[in-house]
Design a protein around this ligand. Structure first.
Ligand code: ATP
Length: 201
């Protein structure tokens, strides 16, 4: 189901990424964040070709989107947000948030929280206009093994909410490289999809 600005006031988490493929690290931290932040909905927001991954060939968007659809039955709060594909956005998070505001996701109708792993917090300096991003939306950080949030610059740390979500030592690149058995790394419907479509061989 797609996330929509219509309906009663809700707290909505936005979890952006390439999801190539989506794995248990995404699912477990997303659930934990939804609990801790009392979110009504948590929308996975697949990037078409994010600026920081422009030198990597990604699995076609349509397939990454279908893998995310496999996650939706796992939690009643899970949603999909396709704003980046629909608007051919180049993928900077600030532009994505601005586009969502224009679509009606305004603070009088819903509260938006942008979720990011602590690896992203450590790289935030290199993002497009990070200070404006932190002004435009609440940002919550999912701790990730190997990326201590306390190493982020104080000016970012003081403006994000650090969550106590489960630590999951998984990365999509290890799955693509076959370093982890698929069944351990991704939920069963995603594993079936990957095998059916012969991805990451
Ligand atoms: P890759 O290995 O291809 O770089 P990834 O596993 O980091 O991929 P992405 O799709 O790039 O996955 O990540 C989307 C978002 O999820 C990012 O904010 C990232 O920090 C976060 N994330 C990914 N894996 C984890 C994890 N194990 N724990 C916490 N956050 C994670």
């Amino acid at each position: 189901m797609r996330v929509s600005p219509e309906g009663p006031y809700r707290r909505i988490g936005l979890f952006g990424g390439t999801f190539d493929p989506p794995h248990w690290g995404h699912v477990k931290t997303a659930r934990g964040a939804a609990d801790e932040l009392a979110l009504d909905e948590l929308a996975f927001l697949p990037a078409v070709q994010p600026p920081h991954k422009r030198h990597r060939r990604l699995t076609p968007f349509a397939l990454r989107r279908q893998m995310l659809e496999c996650l939706l039955p796992l939690d009643p709060r899970f949603r999909l947000c396709l704003v980046e594909a629909e608007r051919s956005l180049p993928g900077t998070t600030l532009e994505t948030v601005e586009a969502l505001r224009r679509q009606g996701f305004t603070e009088d109708r819903c509260h938006l929280v942008w979720l990011m792993g602590s690896d992203s917090l450590l790289e935030l300096e290199s993002w497009h206009r990070p200070d404006d991003l932190l002004e435009s939306i609440e940002v919550a950080v999912l701790p990730r093994p190997g990326y201590p949030p306390e190493q982020a610059p104080e000016r970012f740390r003081s403006r994000v909410r650090l969550l106590a979500t489960p630590l999951v030592d998984l990365a999509a690149q290890d799955i693509r490289a076959g370093r982890i058995p698929l069944e351990e790394a991704v939920p069963p419907p995603v594993a079936r999809f990957i095998r059916q479509h012969r991805l990451y061989r």
